[in-house]
Design a protein around this ligand. Structure first.
Ligand code: GLY
Length: 394
């Protein structure tokens, strides 16, 4: 697209959701631009990248499960297409996940989750503690049982973000490295944004895909302001043996993602082929705070150590905090709003990496045709309008 032409679509936000939307829209032949001071940044720089439709199933989220599964099914082709276009290896691993229980209460909870998974037609297998340790010998001897889910995979979100930046470049998306400060609205229609340096960027349609910051763009009328809030997650990165210059090991430290709920908090260990071991994540309602705290690191390592005691030997690489875009029902907001020209792709909360393929497809479809595809319809932002919220079931 010529940088001077008014684009059909302007995407506000260059995290993985904004990037995939811009890439897919440009592929549909729409002249597309994107505005972000640092495309490829955002929560993906911190996320572990679990593609965990089954092990992240929560009670009351069966509608979201449908979208999660639709996206998980698309991942193999999506990853292959992105790699072919960009040459980037995304670190996509189909290694599976093992969710384990450390005590009798955890075991009862995991049994209930297993029953819910089975009722939902999902593939998961109950294992005894001994069977879990046979699969993953580094697990603590006290593990009481677990769920083996071979269909819950992983990807490296940093690689995914970098590949999507390249994909946007290769498909002619015009990238404005600037901070979008205000939405412009003319005669009840969104017409673009004004950036922090006062530049006006016009567009036929504006997609707000600014993650946890989506509710902060000035100029959005109150009744269409997305109800998105930041939910802080601190994540530690370690290095597994066999991947440093001085060590060699024939069996992997962990060969699949291992996770549990310890004292009510989720903890997961995601082993990458590169040797990185991602340990996450806290879940904190702390507003815009992204401070890494001693308490956060302590809790993560304490809980991870209960699962896999050998982690204390591993080199410590990094600790960072990111902000999940939380929504009132933990599901994303996808599609047109009551303000003509303003479309949302935000609120992906714990599932942004998993939902990247289906979000790109759904947004490109709605931008090109005006219609949300079937699987995305339950996630219309209109479900949060005052009228929808006060509607009584018949
Ligand atoms: N999906 C994992 C997390 O949000 O921590």
């Amino acid at each position: 697209m010529s940088p001077t032409r008014t684009p059909d679509v302007l995407v506000v936000g260059g995290g993985i959701i904004g990037l995939v939307t811009a890439w897919r829209a440009a592929q549909r032949g729409l002249a597309t631009a994107l505005v972000d001071p640092e495309p490829g940044g955002g929560a993906a720089q911190v996320a572990a990248g679990m593609l965990a439709a089954v092990t992240e199933l929560h009670y009351g989220e069966q509608t979201l499960l449908g979208l999660n599964l639709a996206s998980a099914r698309r991942y193999p082709d999506f990853a292959a297409e992105l790699t072919e276009l960009t040459g980037h290896d995304l670190g996509y691993r189909r290694c599976g996940t093992l969710a384990v229980a450390l005590d009798a209460d955890d075991r009862a909870h995991l049994r209930e989750l297993h029953a819910l998974q089975q009722r939902s037609g999902l593939d998961s297998q109950w294992l005894s503690g001994r069977e879990c340790r046979r699969l993953e010998p580094m697990l603590a001897p006290g593990v009481r049982g677990g769920l083996r889910v071979d269909g819950d995979h992983q990807i490296d979100p940093r690689r995914l973000a970098a590949a999507l930046v390249t994909a946007c470049e290769r498909t002619g998306v015009v990238v404005h490295r600037a901070w979008a400060e205000r939405l412009t609205v003319v005669r009840d229609r969104a017409t673009g944004v004004v950036t922090a340096d006062g530049t006006e960027l016009g567009a036929g349609q504006v997609v707000l895909a600014a993650g946890s910051l989506s509710g902060r763009l000035a100029g959005i009328p109150e009744d269409v302001l997305p109800p998105v809030r930041p939910v802080k997650g601190q994540v530690v990165r370690l290095t597994m043996p066999g991947h440093t210059a001085h060590t060699a090991r024939s069996t992997p430290f962990l060969s699949r993602t291992v996770r549990a709920v310890v004292r009510g908090s989720h903890v997961y260990l995601v082993p990458r082929e590169s040797g990185e071991l991602v340990v996450g994540a806290t879940s904190e309602e702390m507003g815009w705070d992204t401070t890494v705290t001693a308490g956060g690191v302590y809790e993560l390592l304490r809980d991870a150590h209960e699962l896999v005691p050998g982690i204390t030997e591993l080199p410590f690489t990094e600790i960072r905090a990111g902000l999940r875009p939380g929504s009132p029902d933990n599901a994303p907001l996808l599609g047109p709003t009551a303000l003509e020209g303003l479309v949302l792709a935000t609120g992906h909360y714990r599932n942004g990496v998993l939902l990247t393929p289906v979000t790109g497809d759904a947004l490109a479809h709605v931008l090109a045709t005006g219609e949300l595809p079937e699987e995305a319809r339950p996630f219309t932002p209109r479900r949060f309008t005052a009228a929808a919220l006060t509607e009584q079931p018949a």
